[in-house]
Design a protein around this ligand. Structure first.
Ligand SMILES: Nc1ncnc2c1ncn2[C@@H]1O[C@H](COP(=O)(O)OP(=O)(O)OP(=O)(O)O)[C@@H](O)[C@H]1O
Length: 264
C-alpha cells in the first residue's frame, strides 16, 4: 500500500467520459480529477445525469466512451474480476439507505464482511460494533430497520458503506428526506469520515447548505447541453461563477419564495 504522504494527489481521473442510454446521450465531455481526501460534489438540475455519472464510477453503468482511471488503472478496461476487486475500495450509500428489511441493523453491516472476507464471526461482530460506534448507532445493533428512524437508517447505511474500509465513498442524496438537524448531523459525520478515516468522498446532493459546508470541489452538469459547464467548490461557484444556469441553481433559495412569502 502506498504511504499517504507519497501517494499521488489524484485518486480518480475521469477523462472525456460520455454517458448514454441507448441513443439518448445524458452527458458528454466529462473530465475531472478527484483529489485524495477531497469531498467532491456532483451538481446540476434534475435529470442532468448526476446519478448516472455516479453509477458509471461504481461499476453499474458502462460509459459509451472515455475513461475512468482509478490510480491510473483504467476501470472499465479491466475484466469483471478485477473490477470487483476495485469495487471493494468503494463504499456506497444510496438515497434510500437500502437496508435489508428482514435483517437486523448489525446483520446488515456484517453482510459485506461475510460475503467478501474470511473473518471469523466473532471478529465480524466486533468490527460491526466498531462501525456502528463510529456512526453513533451501537445501541441499535439488534434492532430491525423498521424499528429505527430515517436518520438512523442513513447512519446504519453509512456503517455498512464503511464495512470493508473503503477509501472512496459515494453518496447519492444522503440527506434526502431528513429534517435539517438530522441532515446537519449527517454532514458532520461525512466530514469525520474524511478527516478521521481519510476517505475521499463523491456526493450527489440538492441540499445547498450541506454542499456549501462540506464540499471542497465539484462539477456542475448541464441538462440542456449535456456537458459540464462549471468546476469548483460549491461555495466558490456560488460566490464567483457568472454562468446563468449555475447562478440560478446556487441562488435558488433566494429566488424561491418561502411558503409564508408566497401566501403574503
Ligand atoms: N435506465 C435508464 N434508461 C433510460 N434513461 C435513463 C435511465 N436512468 C436514467 N435515465 C435518464 O437519464 C437522465 C439522467 O438521469 P439521472 O437520474 O442520472 O439524473 P439526476 O441528475 O441524478 O436527476 P435527479 O436530480 O432528479 O435525481 C434522465 O433523463 C433519466 O430519465
Amino acid at each position: 500500500m502506498t504511504h499517504p504522504d507519497t501517494a499521488p494527489q489524484t485518486l480518480i481521473e475521469v477523462r472525456d467520459l460520455s454517458l448514454a442510454f441507448g441513443r439518448k446521450v445524458i452527458q458528454q465531455n466529462v473530465s475531472f480529477d478527484l483529489k485524495r481526501g477531497s469531498i467532491f460534489a456532483v451538481m446540476g438540475g434534475s435529470g442532468c445525469g448526476k446519478s448516472t455519472l455516479l453509477k458509471s464510477m461504481i461499476g453499474l453503468l458502462r460509459p459509451s466512451s472515455g475513461q475512468i482511471l482509478v490510480e491510473q488503472e483504467d476501470y472499465w478496461a479491466q475484466n469483471n474480476r478485477r473490477r470487483t476487486e476495485l469495487n471493494h475500495r468503494f463504499g456506497v450509500l444510496f438515497q434510500s439507505a437500502a437496508l435489508w428489511s428482514s435483517m437486523t441493523v448489525g446483520e446488515n453491516v456484517a453482510l459485506p464482511m461475510e460475503m467478501f472476507t474470511k473473518l471469523q464471526p466473532e471478529v465480524i461482530r466486533r468490527l460491526v460494533e466498531l462501525k456502528l460506534g463510529f456512526v453513533g448507532m451501537e445501541q441499535a445493533i439488534d434492532l430491525m430497520p423498521s424499528e429505527i428512524s430515517g436518520g438512523m437508517r442513513k447512519r446504519a447505511g453509512l456503517a455498512r458503506a464503511i464495512a470493508l474500509d473503503p477509501d472512496i465513498l459515494f453518496f447519492d442524496e444522503p440527506s434526502a428526506g431528513l429534517d435539517p438537524i438530522t441532515s446537519a448531523r449527517l454532514d458532520d459525520l461525512i466530514l469525520s469520515l474524511r478527516d478521521g478515516l481519510g476517505a475521499t468522498i463523491v456526493i450527489v446532493s440538492h441540499e445547498l447548505p450541506s454542499l456549501f459546508k462540506i464540499a471542497d470541489d465539484g462539477i456542475f452538469l448541464d441538462a440542456k447541453t449535456h456537458t459540464p459547464i462549471a468546476r469548483g467548490a460549491p461555495r466558490d461557484l456560488r460566490d464567483h461563477c457568472t454562468i446563468p444556469e449555475v447562478m440560478a441553481f446556487m441562488n435558488r433559495e433566494a429566488t424561491i419564495p418561502s411558503a409564508s412569502e408566497a401566501k403574503g
